[in-house]
Design a binder for this molecule. Structure first.
Ligand SMILES: O=C(O)CCC(=O)C(=O)O
Length: 230
């Protein structure tokens, strides 16, 4: 096992170099730099001062809940995901009430569609062990449920569009607090995130760590494939 572990470390070092800190760019990359240094190498990067370079009204307007409430007041309801602990779409350990047998199950959040104000109130009142609310719907929800906010930012990010050769397939918005945690998963897309207000913590595994991603089959009212750490 020691030899295999050494091999993993060497492959990781070969891909990432000995310094595994995430590169920080002072300004957005050119399309060529983005493609050559990050996308094609499967390397993430952090772009600093995005609000200086992309002067979206969103950066100054959205941190004020009153702006969002007013702007979204006559929009259709938004999707709010409710879970007892902020861990939606994750594995839950179940104990059978009679046999005491322990098993795992894939649990999705309970989803409700509510007026934005009510949904936001649920986020503010979230309590671990009771109800944690997270406004999200990963189906291009920004261009659907939040379309009235569209003029607060650009429709696409020019340097990324040129590098990737297409417009964004989906644009999503997430509004939550520190209690919401997205479970470990793999994406088949290139992702760009902008934190408009607050903080977001990512734990990223490089492709060379594929040995740490196993696939397990668990119940979810039917068989379901989940990518989980092993
Ligand atoms: O921010 C989140 O809660 C989810 C992000 C995510 O799962 C993704 O884009 O793959």
């Amino acid at each position: 096992m020691q030899e295999v572990k050494k091999l993993w470390d060497e492959v990781r070092e070969l891909s990432l170099g000995s310094n595994s800190t995430i590169e920080r760019l002072e300004s957005p990359p050119t399309p060529l730099q983005f493609l050559r240094d990050y996308v094609s190498q499967n390397k993430p990067c952090i772009i600093k001062n995005v609000s200086l370079h992309h002067q979206w009204p969103a950066f100054s307007l959205w941190p004020h809940p009153s702006y969002l409430s007013k702007t979204l007041s006559s929009s259709p309801p938004v999707s709010v995901h409710l879970s007892p602990n902020g861990r939606a779409d994750s594995l839950v350990t179940l104990t059978h009430p009679r046999s005491g047998e322990i098993s795992q199950c894939f649990a999705s959040a309970h989803v409700e569609r509510l007026p934005f104000d009510e949904a936001l109130q649920l986020v503010s009142n979230s309590k671990n062990g009771d109800v944690v609310a997270y406004l999200q719907q990963q189906n291009d929800c920004f261009r659907d449920e939040y379309s009235v906010l569209g003029s607060d930012c650009d429709e696409h990010i020019a340097w990324a569009t040129e590098a990737l050769g297409c417009y964004p397939e989906a644009v999503n918005l997430w509004i939550g607090n520190q209690l919401s945690e997205t479970s470990f998963h793999k994406d088949h897309y290139e992702n760009l995130y902008t934190v408009v207000s607050g903080q977001k913590h990512f734990l990223l595994l490089p492709p060379t760590d594929v040995h740490r991603c196993g696939t397990v089959y668990v119940g979810a009212g039917g068989a379901c494939e989940i990518c989980a750490l092993v």
